[in-house]
Design a protein around this ligand. Structure first.
Ligand SMILES: C[S@@+](CC[C@H](N)C(=O)[O-])C[C@H]1O[C@@H](n2cnc3c(N)ncnc32)[C@H](O)[C@@H]1O
Length: 232
């Protein structure tokens, strides 16, 4: 059972405002060519536009409920034949293919609790890549303002969908709760400073090509978000 199973039916309305990353990941998929692997594919928020652009996507996720929604959305969008959805853990992805691009969008790596898990995940992603192939993912660490504005408060994020963030600065852990008419869940995310992601990528055998601060490819300037491009 994944913490996402019980919110699979509200994930899309919850994330409806998150659109800034879609064209970025679709462009990278088009540049790499089929197939690509998306780790933590979820309901296909990015995989479905990617498939609609003509790229085959092998999508891995540990939530059967999220994959069910993704499959339905793929059929509705007429791209089901381009989506190969696989239930599994991104630290041990059930993927034998070797590809030119592996992605892990929208902070899915923040579900990893410690460096051992992060290294397992990065090493596994590297193992899926052909020589020179790239891993692209985005993560965040909170700003002081974000913590002050949101800590321990239920906030209506989208109509009918409330979110609550409980920040633990010592453990660098965010307990995130979401509730709506069709589901609710609580999950933990652990954040790191960008320097730590850089070091973990090197330890896993990656060469970092870029660390952007946003999906417009602006260089990282100390903000909350980082977008990483690294090759094996
Ligand atoms: C924030 S959602 C991102 C979904 C999608 N990539 C997107 O951009 O909307 C994180 C996803 O990662 C999945 N996930 C979390 N931990 C995972 C793990 N260890 N292995 C596989 N999937 C995982 C969750 O089930 C969820 O679907």
């Amino acid at each position: 059972m994944s913490a996402y199973d019980s919110i699979a039916r509200i994930y899309d309305p919850w994330s409806t405002g998150v659109i800034e990353d879609i064209s970025f990941y679709v462009e990278e998929a088009l540049a790499a060519g089929s197939p690509i692997v998306e780790l933590g594919v979820g309901t296909g928020r990015i995989a479905i536009p990617t498939a609609a652009a003509g790229i085959d996507v092998i999508g891995v996720d540990s939530s059967a409920g999220m994959l069910d929604v993704c499959a339905e959305r793929g059929r509705d969008a007429g791209v089901a034949e381009r989506l190969d959805l696989r239930l599994g853990d991104l630290r041990r992805p059930p993927v034998d293919e070797r590809v030119r691009l592996v992605t892990c969008p929208f902070r899915a790596y923040l579900h990893l609790a410690n460096d051992a898990e992060r290294l397992d995940a990065l090493t596994a992603a590297r193992g899926l890549l052909k020589p020179g192939g790239r891993l692209i993912f985005d993560v965040f660490r909170p700003s002081r303002e974000d913590i002050e504005e949101t800590h321990a408060r239920w906030i209506e994020r989208e109509p009918g969908i409330d979110e609550r963030a409980d920040w633990d600065l010592e453990r660098q852990a965010l307990t995130l709760s979401v509730r709506g008419a069709n589901g609710e869940s609580t999950m933990t995310l652990w954040w790191l400073e960008p320097e730590r992601w850089n070091a973990l990528l090197a330890e896993a055998g990656f060469v970092v090509d870029a660390c952007y601060g946003w999906f417009d490819r602006a260089p990282y300037g100390g903000g909350e978000d980082t977008v990483w491009i690294a090759h094996r």
